[in-house]
Design a binder for this molecule. Structure first.
Ligand code: GAR
Length: 205
């Protein structure tokens, strides 16, 4: 049986596409994307999913209380048999209800080296702070913003001439790479969690 992944997104969906490409290329053995949910009607990521023949559904979050919305989404994920949830540019904090429904089975990608620069516009925050290195993080999701145990990180140097756009573009390349690594690790089951530390236990680690 393939591991069924559910992807949640709000916009462009390049991280979703990177995961779909990795699965198609055999880089995440035993996985399939069962469902993509977007919280904004017309999110380009939904059209990209549909174009690949992957089930895609808009469930608009506007006007709904956080948990009310999350209950609808969790219902859909369960109906689709989803066991692992990947947030891919999903710009909403999850409720404790959602986190408890998929304990240590929700991943998020964030465009900074956490715990630096959580929240919105992480790349702009990094530039404005003046750091010389930034990067990206894939982590397990808990009830707090961009805060769960870290699965993978990559460093991206900040260049003097960088703008928000150029830095974001270089970070994005690394996001796509480490998201695949993190999903592969989680699905392999070859890790243990000690406090906040995720320690790989596989032969290749
Ligand atoms: C990515 O850079 C992702 O790290 C970021 O949104 C972008 C989505 O791009 N997520 C966050 O900032 C979450 N806090 P995509 O739609 O092309 O994957």
């Amino acid at each position: 049986m393939l591991h069924r992944i559910g992807v949640l997104l709000s916009g462009r969906g390049s991280n979703f596409e990177a995961l779909a490409d990795s699965i198609a290329a055999g880089r995440i053995p035993g996985a399939e994307i069962a469902l993509v949910i977007g919280n904004r009607e017309g999110a380009p990521g939904l059209a990209r999913a549909a174009a690949r023949g992957i089930a895609a559904k808009a469930i608009p979050s506007k006007g709904l209380a956080r948990e009310e919305y999350d209950r609808v989404v969790v219902d859909e994920l369960r109906k689709a048999g989803v066991e692992l949830v990947c947030l891919a540019g999903f710009m909403r904090l999850l409720s404790p209800y959602f986190v408890a429904a998929y304990p240590q089975r929700i991943l998020n990608v964030h465009p900074s080296l956490l715990p630096s620069f959580p929240g919105l516009e992480a790349q702009r925050q990094a530039l404005e702070y003046g750091v010389k290195f930034s990067g990206c993080t894939v982590h397990l999701v808990d009830e707090n913003l961009d805060a769960g145990p870290i699965l993978a990180q990559a460093i991206v140097p900040v260049r003097d001439g960088d703008t928000d756009e150029t830095l974001s573009a270089r970070i994005l390349v690394e996001e796509h790479r480490i998201y695949t690594e993190a999903v592969r690790l989680i699905l392999s089951g070859e890790y243990r969690i000690e406090g906040r530390r995720v320690i790989a236990t596989g032969k290749t680690s």
